[in-house]
Design a binder for this molecule. Sequence first.
Ligand code: MRU
Length: 377
Amino acid sequence: MADQQVHDAPGPVPPQLPVLRWAQPPEGPVLVLLDQRRLPAHETELVCTDVPALVHAIQTLAVRGAPLLGIAGAYGIALAAARGYDVVEAAGLLEVARPTAVNLRYGVRLAADAHGRAEAAGATPEQAAGAALEAARALHRADAEASRRMAAHGLAFLGELLPGGGHRILTHCNTGALVSGGEGTAFAVALAAHRAGELRHLWVDETRPLLQGARLTAWEAARNGMPYSLLSDNAAGSLFAAGEVDAVMIGADRIAADGSVANKVGSYPLAVLARYHHVPFVVVAPTTTLDLTTPDGSAIEVEQRPAREVTEVPVPRGAVAEAGSGVSVAPLGTRAYNPAFDVTPPELVTAVVTEEGVLSPVTGDGIARLCAAARRG
Ligand code: MRU
């Protein structure tokens, strides 16, 4: 069951509501999400009291972005355990709610394993539920710390790539505080550059079809007082041609063992443009997004989404950004090609920035080294 509480957020003000929080009202524990489908017009909390409600929130992108999906998945297991549901069944439902972002599976398994270990050691159901919750909280904290470290590594790397500051960064989708326990991935680097006085401009791709750039990244940039402009995705080519882009910075939903990067659809064309125009293409992601069990890009499952997300123009301001809520623009019965992500091969990626450091060039050996470093902690 999910319940909604609405608070109007009329302009660029500091964040009022946490992106995700655990709460324990007298009726029982709940997971409270900032409903990203309703931003920027409304700051709305979505209260999930069970796993099916959370699965629905994940599938409709009320909660989204790879690192946050991992955190939400872990809390989802804690919720199931605390409310006495079958944790194995909950894990099965949550893991496949969205197939591409590997963080979701990571977070779910982390909390389910903690629960299973506690049970195997003879813990009571309450104690086992507590172990799952502690695993979720630890992941939440670790992601915030990873975000801080990625921002520092990314800023230093930008300084090496483009000495002298004044960076004009192009980004795609949304990779800020809305996807993380901290300030995000690629956006956190741009924000660090802004705070250091080194960001000349942030170019924000609108990110069709669900407009994560226009609705969410522009919102985050405005709140942080960053110099930014919004562009339609298909204007990126002429922006490169005009020499207005110094670096592309994006996040990732999964990075395969060979360094192939799955990210929001539209990322691959940016990588091709960046290569043609000799502009660095930098991917910023925590090591929880690296997946050694996926050998290469062809093995990454790319989520296909409803046709209506493409045949409709989404969200009159204030409406919910999901299929079925927009204005239909295509003839009735039009079919659509609507992959949520695309895959960029490693040879087009200048660097992968993680909390464990920067990998450039991007190679399979380097990805394995980063994973090993993350395991050593
Ligand atoms: O479909 P979404 O909005 O969940 O897609 C999100 C992205 O593609 C992000 O760029 C990615 O998760 C990286 S977020 C740090």
